[in-house]
Design a protein around this ligand. Structure first.
Ligand SMILES: Nc1ncnc2c1ncn2[C@@H]1O[C@H](COP(=O)(O)OP(=O)(O)O)[C@@H](O)[C@H]1O
Ligand SMILES: [Mg+2]
Length: 283
């Protein structure tokens, strides 16, 4: 369509513009929303419970259709027919919060192969994608395990592997650390780092401000008066925005304020994002 224009300024892989949405018989959850997922970002979508994170993610992945406005892939509006949705699904994959809402096949390998099989890919290609996805999630040994015998963390990894097997450019995860123990959370973040190193853009919804500060480089904050997007460190230092969003200050930002007040951290220096970084600053 707009070939020359697009080569001049590359369009975002996926973007919502002017999007409004209401569930049946409900008030509008999102109104006139603009949101672009920029290639290569580690993007956190932050908001309190009920602020619309899941709704926004389902709009981005095509599970819900905006009542007004558009969803675009590479700058082109998505057609909600079979072809358009296939194009969307090979660009964007959503991993829902509860793995039990996503897993349905008898074994891990079968579940992860469902998406690629559905794309009509040749068997050899399906096998190689499934192998790659299981390896990426560190669950190759579970390939033949019945899904109902998996632990919660293993089910979560299997659900993510199913999305990764589609080789999406944008991987969207709804509260991926919810229900994981600290070690499970560390493993997940390490996995996301590996996927990002391979070029996958990752968008994560969470209400955990500390996780967002540590993991993301860009933050989109859902507040009652709209979405505020900006670099993570600056956005999560905005007490006014956080208060409006019903969220607290990340501890790393609070610690940075304290260190600066005591002359232990330069005004321009970045604050700590992890206990290890705080310890290093104290040395
Ligand atoms: N299936 C649904 N039907 C009606 N209302 C819903 C449905 N899902 C969510 N909502 C409402 O939409 C709003 C946003 O919900 P949601 O997107 O799930 O927020 P979050 O993921 O940030 O917790 C809430 O007020 C919620 O009650
Ligand atoms: Mg949610």
């Amino acid at each position: 369509m707009s070939g020359p224009a697009r080569s001049a300024a590359r369009a975002d892989p996926v973007a919502l513009s002017g999007v409004s949405f209401a569930y049946e018989e409900g008030p509008e959850v999102l109104t006139g929303l603009d949101f672009a997922v920029r290639e290569g970002r580690a993007l956190a979508l932050l908001g309190r419970n009920g602020s619309g994170k899941t709704t926004l993610m389902r709009l981005l992945s095509g599970g819900l259709r905006p009542s007004a406005g558009t969803l675009a892939v590479d700058g082109e509006p998505v057609a909600y027919g079979r072809k358009g949705l296939t194009r969307l699904r090979t660009t964007v994959q959503l991993v829902v919060q509860d793995p039990d809402d996503q897993l349905f096949a008898a074994s891990v390998g079968q579940d992860v192969s469902f998406g690629p099989l559905n794309l009509g890919l040749p068997d050899a290609e399906v096998r190689s994608r499934v192998g790659e996805a299981l390896a990426a999630l560190d669950i190759a040994a579970l390939a033949d395990r019945p899904t109902h015998l998996l632990s919660y963390g293993q089910r979560k990894r299997t659900a993510i592997a199913g999305a990764v097997a589609m080789r999406p450019r944008v991987l969207i995860l709804d509260e991926p650390t919810a229900g994981l123990d600290p070690d499970g959370q560390e493993r997940l973040l390490a996995t996301l780092d590996r996927l990002r190193a391979r070029g996958t853009t990752v968008l994560m919804a969470t209400h955990d401000v500390d996780l967002a500060l540590r993991w993301s480089d860009e933050t989109a904050l859902l507040t009652p008066d709209g979405l505020h997007t900006g670099p993570t460190a600056a956005t999560l230092a905005r007490t006014d925005l956080l208060r409006r969003a019903g969220l607290r200050l990340p501890w790393g930002v609070a610690a940075a304020g304290l260190l600066r007040a005591r002359g232990l951290l330069a005004d321009t220096a970045a604050g700590p994002r992890t206990p290890e970084e705080l310890a290093a600053l104290a040395d």
